[in-house]
Write a protein that binds this ligand. Structure first.
Ligand code: GDG
Length: 458
């Protein structure tokens, strides 16, 4: 069996301390079976970076780290990756910050990583690159003479052609994507967008098997919806919830990195409207919003934080009483097992992104429920998860009245309906956990390129 090499911006820690994250759980098995290697950036930038991958052996698989100097790291990560690609790919063209240093750093990092990676790759290795920070890497590796199969998985959405063309380097990005052998997306909508982009930018032709043909090269495209360790998460929720007290009032919950793509102001507007139009629920429910800090050196993230703090103050000032806080807002990260118990004790989860690759919170909430008395998931139509999780209450985050009605409907949903919806959601989730996701992608990467990928045809 050929060795699997994973390359992502962040690698798991050398001592295994961060192994509980979804991606590591998903790939650990595949990597340890084959004696694999995971390459990512070193946790701290270095003023005098090594020009080679620094290798660390773990008992299950090896970790390879590349170092970057602080300015390059900032311009690459906070700059191009998170101030151009992240907002553009999430349709927020108003937030992109185009700077010559950013794109220079972005190209430079893939070039440099390719030079270092080429030295540690064997002829039979299968390479799987993750996410928007390293899109040019396959192009650079192939330029360096590698002939290995290289796959790419995009964790975030791919925008439509018009939005994509607002990125000054859109033609380059399309070309970089065309260097891969297999490209995987979270949702069918993203596959459709890439087909459109390839057609218009590179004269790509859609073949009968769902692959794209560009200048005689065949690229396999498919939809590989990511998931979680369903059984593990369900067990953790059940166990931790035994150790904590249930809340005094029925609780609504939201859990999101504090990011403008997650629709937090829209969610709170919906909740505010619910309180306004349902005085009977005053003092009877509360909303717990957990929003740990994220990329807080980027201006747009400072703004969304200030906006949320203002809305929270307004809602509590407007509706709160001496004994009742309608909205609890926590701007810190909680331990994962505590989160699992909080999900289990919540009657309703609000997942309201304006655009999201998948959204794992929706899946975690369903996995954490007590099947005898499950809560209700409200899920944005713009999350990749909405393509699969059809038994959730699908909402439009831009419609506060609709959201308020869905909150009320969720709170008043009869037990039988809640059970039916939860059973269907849980079953689909359990049949498609995160191991299945990684196995399906890796299998596709090892098959002859002409084999159709899942959901290749949108
Ligand atoms: C990207 C894509 C795609 C949140 N607060 C705490 C905490 N979290 C955990 C959640 C969940 C994760 O963070 C967030 O995952 P999402 O999928 O919701 O969103 P992104 O971070 O934007 O992830 C997304 C994902 O990649 C995977 O492909 O689904 O669409 O944007 O696991 O539980 N975890 C802990 N404390 C917190 O306070 N421990």
């Amino acid at each position: 069996m050929s060795r699997l090499v994973i390359i992502s911006n962040r690698a798991p820690s050398v001592d295994g301390a961060s192994d509980s994250g979804g991606l590591v759980v998903a790939l650990k098995d595949a990597l340890s079976k084959r004696g694999g290697l995971w390459i990512g950036s070193a946790p701290a930038a270095s003023e005098d970076p090594s020009q080679s991958i620094i290798m660390h052996e773990r008992s299950d698989f090896d970790i390879g780290l590349f170092e970057l100097e602080p300015q390059l790291q900032r311009d690459f990560y906070l700059g191009y990756s998170n101030s151009v690609l992240w907002p553009a790919f999430h349709g927020r063209l108003d937030l992109i910050d185009v700077q010559p240093d950013y794109i220079r750093a972005y190209r430079e990092v893939s070039k440099r990583v390719a030079r270092m990676v080429a030295k540690v790759i064997g002829d039979d290795d299968v390479i799987w690159i993750h996410d928007y920070q390293l899109i040019p890497l396959a192009h650079e590796l192939k330029k360096a003479g590698l002939t290995n199969r290289i796959g790419f998985f995009l964790h975030i959405p791919l925008p439509d052609l018009q939005t994509f063309r607002a990125i000054p380097e859109w033609k380059d990005i399309a070309g970089w994507l065309a260097s891969y052998d297999v490209i995987g997306f979270q949702a069918k909508r993203d596959v459709a967008h890439l087909i459109d982009i390839f057609r218009h930018t590179l004269n790509g032709e859609l073949r009968f098997n769902g692959n794209m043909s560009i200048d005689g090269k065949e690229i396999s495209l498919g939809c590989f919806p990511i998931s979680i360790d369903v059984q593990g998460f369900a067990a953790m929720a059940a166990e931790t919830s035994r150790k904590v007290e249930p809340p005094a009032l029925p609780r609504l919950i939201g859990v999101d990195r504090l990011d403008y793509s997650k629709g937090l102001p829209q969610r709170l507007a919906g909740y505010e409207h619910f309180l306004e139009s349902n005085p009977g629920y005053h003092c009877k429910v509360s909303l717990l919003q957990i929003a740990p800090p994220s990329r807080d050196d980027v201006e747009a993230y400072k703004e969304i934080r200030a906006e949320l703090e203002a809305i929270t103050g307004r809602i509590n000032g407007r509706f709160g009483t001496v004994d009742w806080v309608p909205l609890h807002y926590i701007h810190r990260s909680l331990p994962r097992n505590e989160l699992a118990a909080l999900y289990r004790y919540s009657r309703l989860a609000l997942v309201t992104p304006l655009f999201d690759g998948m959204n794992l919170v929706a899946k975690e909430y369903v996995a954490a429920q007590d099947s005898a008395d499950p809560g209700v998931l409200l899920l944005s139509q713009f999350a990749g998860a909405a393509e699969e999780m059809k038994e959730a209450l699908i909402i439009n985050p831009h419609d506060p009245q609709g959201l308020a009605k869905a909150i009320r409907r969720g709170l008043e949903m009869p037990l039988e309906e809640r059970r039916e919806r939860h059973e269907a959601l849980y079953k689909r989730l359990a049949d498609n956990d995160v191991s299945k996701w990684s196995e399906t992608f890796i299998k596709q990467l090892e098959l002859p390129v002409s084999t159709p990928a899942p959901e290749a045809m949108p």
